[in-house]
Design a protein around this ligand. Structure first.
Ligand code: AMP
Length: 394
């Protein structure tokens, strides 16, 4: 997809509506993790450097079209000022009844109150989008993580004025393009996590696009069971056996190799430090649960990674929150990080628990790109058009 970036735009003297994701965690009104705020700094600074005046539009939580005080963006103002190192004025209402204050007129940056306080936002109401468009001259979207929603501030407004991608959006789209758009082959996808049912569309899309699909986590159990192996008390969606066989069939027709664990770590209890043993995937005892992939499986994944040029990863290979069932995830992630560092692999990961799992493995920093967008990243892996991204199309 072709889209404009900050570099393509003349912003001198322009008010730039900048959609950002600063939906940060709060504790009693204090920001406890400012990562999302830190990540918008490059766009704000680059817009200011080009003579533009950023008007930030953002949401917090799910107020469902009503004013909910503990979801007010006023709570992030101090952190925003600190991270941007600029003056930031806050605008509480959009009705324009009151004249702008001195502070609002002179500030470098303007932050609008939680856009989801307005019922028109999530409805993508065209009148509301027009009102938003009236607040600026051009529109910059830097909120990839909200791009799977067709809301007024992510989609509607983009059709009403010149629209372009912010730095974060640009980095995300370039990484995704490198991983699944026009990737260097061979491409390997690692998909783990709890259930097949939540990742059906994703698996269906991937088998048509990648050369190797490594399936891990609880969802691998469903595939093992579908091939007639006993999985004891493991998490398993037996009712999806037919679906799993379908996916294997589609992969075969598309020339995609499915990699399932040949050995597994089993335990009788699901708790930290539980006694565990390694058995062949075919030998899960009837009273045990499969909680991780075994060392042979990890070696096989390593060999696949070694032969690959591109990796896309979503979901842990085991119950990674509970040691020792984090071993396969940690080992595979560490190896992917090593190959990336050596310049052999482009590695992109994201969605759900993946960021936590890769952080736990100490591998996240070496990956080429880690997306912190949950739902948007998954919908993109499913091959869906993201309305907020499509609206930026040149
Ligand atoms: P998801 O949100 O679908 O990516 O799933 C992540 C969750 O899957 C994590 O909480 C893991 O603990 C869990 N998980 C991974 N492998 C297993 C397994 N073999 N048995 C039970 N839960 C697992």
């Amino acid at each position: 997809m072709q889209f404009n970036t900050i570099d393509d735009m003349d912003l001198e003297g322009k008010r730039v509506l900048l959609r950002v994701d600063i939906n940060v965690p709060l504790d009693h009104g204090r920001v406890t993790d400012a990562t999302r705020i830190e990540r918008i700094v490059p766009s704000v600074h680059d817009i200011l450097a080009k003579g533009g005046r950023p008007v930030l539009i953002a949401h917090m939580g799910r107020p469902k079209g009503r004013t909910v005080l503990d979801m007010s963006l006023r709570q992030v103002l101090a952190t925003l000022r600190e991270k941007l190192g600029r003056s930031v004025a806050f605008i509480e209402t959009l009705d324009g009844a009151e004249a702008p204050t001195e502070e609002q007129l002179s500030a470098d940056v303007i932050l609008l109150e939680n856009i989801r306080f307005h019922p028109g936002e999530e409805k993508n109401d065209s009148e509301f989008a027009q009102r938003l468009a009236g607040l600026g001259d051009v529109f910059c979207n830097d909120a990839f993580s909200a791009a799977h929603r067709a809301h007024a501030s992510t989609e509607g407004v983009a059709h009403l004025m010149p629209a372009f991608a912010g730095r974060l959006m640009q980095a995300e789209l370039e990484a995704l393009e490198a991983a699944l758009g026009h990737p260097q082959r061979p491409v390997v996808a690692v998909v783990g996590g709890a259930k097949v049912s939540s990742k059906l569309d994703l698996l269906g899309n991937l088998v048509a696009k990648v050369d190797h699909l490594v399936i891990g986590g609880g969802m691998a159990n469903t595939f093992l069971a579908a091939q007639g192996l006993a999985v004891g008390k493991s998490l398993c969606e037996h009712e999806l056996a037919e679906t799993a066989r379908d996916i294997i069939g589609k992969a075969g027709a598309a020339g995609c190799e499915i990699v399932l664990p040949e050995d597994v770590v089993v335990a009788r209890e699901f708790k930290a430090g539980a006694q565990s043993e390694i058995v062949a995937a075919a030998d899960c005892p009837s009273d045990a649960m499969i909680l991780d992939a075994g060392p042979k499986a990890v070696a096989r994944i390593g060999a696949v990674l070694e032969g690959a040029k591109t990796l896309i990863w979503n979901g842990p290979l085991g119950a990674f929150e509970i040691p020792p069932f984090d071993r396969a995830t940690n080992a595979a992630a560490a190896y992917a990080a090593e190959l990336t560092l050596a310049g052999h692999l482009t590695s992109v990961a994201g969605g759900g628990d993946t960021v936590a799992a890769l952080n736990g493995a100490g591998a996240a920093d070496e990956f080429t790109y880690i997306s912190t967008a949950g739902g948007a990243f998954l919908e993109w892996m499913e091959g869906k058009d993201l309305p907020g991204v499509a609206a930026l199309s040149r």
